[in-house]
Design a protein around this ligand. Structure first.
Ligand SMILES: Cc1ncc(COP(=O)(O)O)c(C=O)c1O
Length: 453
């Protein structure tokens, strides 16, 4: 999924304090009495009250990001749906915030759909993804009356058509197209082979076949196209290139079938700052490139401008979240490195082990002190690769300190596991000076609840 961000210079003590870490922290982060505060809550107090490890999410940042997307996409064209990608982070409270902000929701499994249903999310605002939706999941979607299903394969199309027709309904569908443009973090590559498990490739003619089939099949209402070119994308010209390709395909569809594509969904992927050297594009610039880009390309081809959708995940929640841990040991290997071990690890953040992701970290109870040493933040799991942050500049670390890893709001809790029968941390939502659990910490009983004796 995501690739690491900008190339990193060798880590040195950088003498930075929490004030300098503003680009990677929630927008309400500040230093109060030497402690890191988020949403008006002292994270050190929160850690003591809630216990560690704990994910902390800032409500103000989440809502701000959702509003930025709505503002800067509809600024250019009123018919743009902002579809939050629930895979980045999902809880009932999160789903409710997405609903309250007037956004739509992308679900990628029956489980994510179940969250949306339980939270009372409006079903017409649901977009369903997945390259292998099971028949049971498709049945759940039809029963729930979801707005759009993004069809990923011919088999799924036939299956969905039969199931919808049998129920006497017409299901609105988008087709996921692989445009042959793949975004690298800083650039794009045209991939001739379109080697992807997702969607219908343009270059081998599969996409046109899929469109013709979707138009012809009963039970399906062909609404338009979807694409998703990658994640943690910094280079907006990657989106522009993919838009050029897909709008040309829309023109071909019209020429060949006479059918106008009603909706174009360009997926998610906008990058965020994980490290201080990262310089992601703004939502404002993204909105212009994507929405104006589609309008201009449509104009060039003489097409009616379709409704649009964008599907941000990471850029809504990543910088809204941090993880707080307690330091349990500090091991200095002279001439080699210092390991700081925390009470969590790859079970609550797999991204470092999985794709060498980089994070900024700080000591929350020494937030206004300079980061004067470099250490590797290690987890407590039985794997040497259980690292949370490699070579992190940190304030002087003592056992018992509260260590904060920044920008962990996306793809950490949602990709967490119970490896080593570790209980998953809870999620504390902070806002205007108080905090509450939106996901409570697991218990040992939770770990055993599915076991059959
Ligand atoms: C289809 C689809 N839409 C949206 C997203 C969200 O992407 P991001 O979190 O990079 O914005 C993903 C992420 O994998 C995706 O697969």
């Amino acid at each position: 999924m995501a690739k690491p961000s900008a190339p990193r210079p060798p880590a040195t003590p950088d003498l930075k304090t929490a004030h300098d870490l503003e680009p990677v922290l929630p927008m309400t982060a500040e230093v109060c009495d030497g402690h890191l505060c988020i949403g008006g809550v002292d994270t050190v107090t929160l850690a003591r009250e809630a216990g560690t490890a704990v994910y902390v999410m800032d409500e103000a940042t989440i809502r701000h990001q959702l509003r930025e997307y709505v503002k800067w996409t509809t600024y250019h064209w009123e018919h743009v749906a902002v579809v939050y990608a629930g895979k980045a982070f999902m809880s009932l409270a999160m789903v409710k915030m997405v609903a309250e902000e007037g956004c739509c929701l992308d679900v990628s499994s029956g489980g994510e759909l179940a969250f949306a249903r339980r939270a009372g999310f409006p079903m017409e605002r649901i977009y369903v993804h997945g390259n292998n939706k099971t028949p049971a999941e498709l049945a759940e979607c039809l029963e729930a009356g979801v707005g759009r299903i993004v069809v990923d394969s011919f088999e799924e199309m036939e299956r969905l058509s039969a199931m919808a027709a049998e129920r006497g309904v017409s299901q609105r569908v988008l087709l996921r197209i692989t445009p042959g443009v793949e975004a690298d973090t800083h650039d794009f590559i045209i991939t001739g082979a379109e080697d992807s498990k997702f969607g219908f490739g343009l270059n081998q003619g599969l996409a046109m076949q899929a469109v013709e089939r979707a138009i012809a099949l009963p039970g399906l209402d062909f609404d338009g196209l979807h694409m998703h070119i990658g994640s943690q994308i910094f280079a907006l010209h990657s989106f522009a290139k993919a838009i050029e390709v897909i709008v040309e395909f829309i023109a071909e569809i019209k020429g060949r079938t006479g059918v106008e594509v009603r909706m174009l969904d360009t997926g998610g992927g906008l990058g965020i700052a994980y490290g201080l050297p990262d310089e992601p594009s703004t939502i404002k610039d993204y909105g212009k490139v994507v929405v104006d880009g589609i309008k201009e390309e449509c104009e060039r081809h003489g097409l009616t401008v379709p409704a649009m959708a964008v599907e941000p995940g990471r850029s809504i929640v990543a910088n809204a979240g941090v993880t707080l841990y307690t330091v349990g040991s500090v091991k200095e290997i002279p001439g080699i490195r210092t390991y700081v071990a925390v009470d969590g690890g790859m079970s609550d953040n797999i991204r470092t082990s999985l794709y060498d992701a980089h994070y900024e970290a700080l000591i929350a109870n020494k937030a206004d002190q300079p980061r004067e040493m470099v250490a590797t933040v290690a987890g407590k799991h039985c794997e040497s690769g259980d690292i949370v942050v490699n070579d992190a500049p940190l304030q002087h670390v003592d056992v018992g300190d509260i260590l904060c890893v920044c920008a962990t709001g996306a793809y950490c809790q949602s990709m967490s596991s119970n490896y080593n029968k570790q209980v998953r941390p809870g999620v504390a939502l902070v806002n205007e000076g108080s905090w509450r659990w939106i996901v409570r910490r697991e218990t040992y009983d939770d770990l055993m609840k599915c076991d059959v004796e």
